[in-house]
Design a protein around this ligand. Structure first.
Ligand code: TYM
Length: 352
């Protein structure tokens, strides 16, 4: 079976963008792929954070994975920091990562501009190397993510190729009783790492803010009105949709560049109801905003309600959740350690 990996940061609340761009797709993919889903707690400390809240947020995120339908008989769920190899491989990878590649990352530029120089730690810059490590450790074939991770995925691929080229053809050989590193002459392309591909959905890859159709829905936007959180109560969802930004055109349509909010809300409706774009376009073409907003709010409430019920069950059973995370970390450690050992070997370290 081909393998997929992906993860979400335990910062802020998980919102509709995370769900439609990533988690919802994981649920269908777990049926066809060997799947590993982690909660990237090590990434969550790259900006100032509250240490008192980290472990709770990490467990809550794991509970959301389960509540959304990740099935532990098909997929593993684990906490990134529980598998030490992530940080270890990151160091090895960072030795071959040009700083220029990292300086070019859009998310780094945006986040560091917002945070201000005093708050920007080195880890914010090296964040994509840790993400590459998360992916390459598992020799992943595909990585289901939203569009905002595209650039990080490109860096991951380039890094995999670079390491493969630098160290790929070398093998340990016994020579006169000593272990030494020499070219085996066999320079297979993917010798050390498989070069993974992103899986970015056609619809849902970029869910936009409810208050501005030109910026993406995000955990860090100051106004909670701008996003639907998966755990928002019914009345909050209804209120956010009622107050969300619209326009004064008549009828509703997809893909009109002058109507980003309209396109976004129709896309959310399409994904949450499981209909095709054509069906939604036809159904809503003559609708006014009032009618559509009621439909959309009801659809969201109906879709999220069962997830919220399951979430409450899971979060009230900490022993179950701990068991899931332990099992996940045990399986992940096995795969990760094997890769890590082969990288140490290929890079010329003395074998333990
Ligand atoms: P994070 O926590 O910011 O987001 C988690 C996932 O949600 C997607 N996403 C969106 N999709 C559509 N519309 C939006 N408005 C939206 N906002 C977020 C993201 O694309 C992502 O798939 N660096 C990653 C976490 C990570 C990771 C990894 C992912 C670390 N290591 C290895 C995959 C593989 C991040 O910060 O995601």
């Amino acid at each position: 079976k081909k393998r997929i990996v992906s993860g979400v940061q335990p910062t802020g609340s998980i919102h509709l963008g995370n769900y439609l761009g990533a988690i919802k797709n994981w649920i269908s993919l777990q049926n066809s792929y060997e799947a590993l889903f982690f909660i990237v707690d090590l990434h969550a400390i790259t900006l100032p954070y509250d240490a008192q809240l980290l472990s709770k947020a990490t467990k809550n995120t794991a509970a959301i994975y389960l509540a959304c339908g990740i099935d532990t008989s098909k997929a593993s769920i684990f906490v990134q920091s529980h598998v030490r190899a992530h940080v270890e491989l990151m160091w090895l990878l960072s030795s071959a990562t040009p700083i220029g590649w990292l300086n070019r990352m859009i998310q780094f530029k945006e986040k560091s501009r917002k945070a201000g120089d005093e708050n920007v730690g080195v880890a914010l810059l090296t964040y994509p190397v840790l993400m590459a490590s998360d992916i390459l450790l598992y020799q992943s074939d595909f990585v289901p993510v939203g569009e905002d991770q595209k650039q990080h995925m490109e860096l991951t691929r380039e890094l995999a190729e670079r390491i493969n080229n630098l160290y790929g053809g070398r093998k340990w050989k016994k020579m006169g009783g000593f272990d030494c590193l020499c070219y085996s002459g066999d320079r297979r392309g993917g010798a050390i790492f498989k070069v993974p591909e992103p899986l970015i959905p056609q619809a849902g890859a970029r869910v936009m803010s409810l208050t501005d159709g030109l910026s993406k829905m995000s955990k860090s936007a100051p106004s909670d009105q701008s996003r639907i959180n998966l755990l928002d109560p019914k009345d909050v969802i209804a209120n956010k949709i009622k107050r969300c930004k619209t326009d004064s055109f008549s009828g509703l349509e997809f893909d009109n560049p002058d109507r980003p909010e309209c396109n976004n809300l129709l896309s959310i409706f399409q994904l949450i109801t499981g209909r095709t774009k054509e069906e939604v376009a036809r159904e809503c073409q003559d609708m006014n905003w009032g009618t559509f907003k009621t439909l959309l709010a009801d659809a969201l409430i109906d879709h999220l309600h069962p997830i919220q019920v399951r979430y409450e069950e899971i979060i009230s059973d900490p022993a179950y959740l701990d068991g899931v995370l332990l099992e996940g970390a045990t399986k992940a450690t096995c795969i990760a350690d094997a890769t890590l050992n082969s990288v140490y070997q290929a890079m010329g370290f003395v074998q333990r």
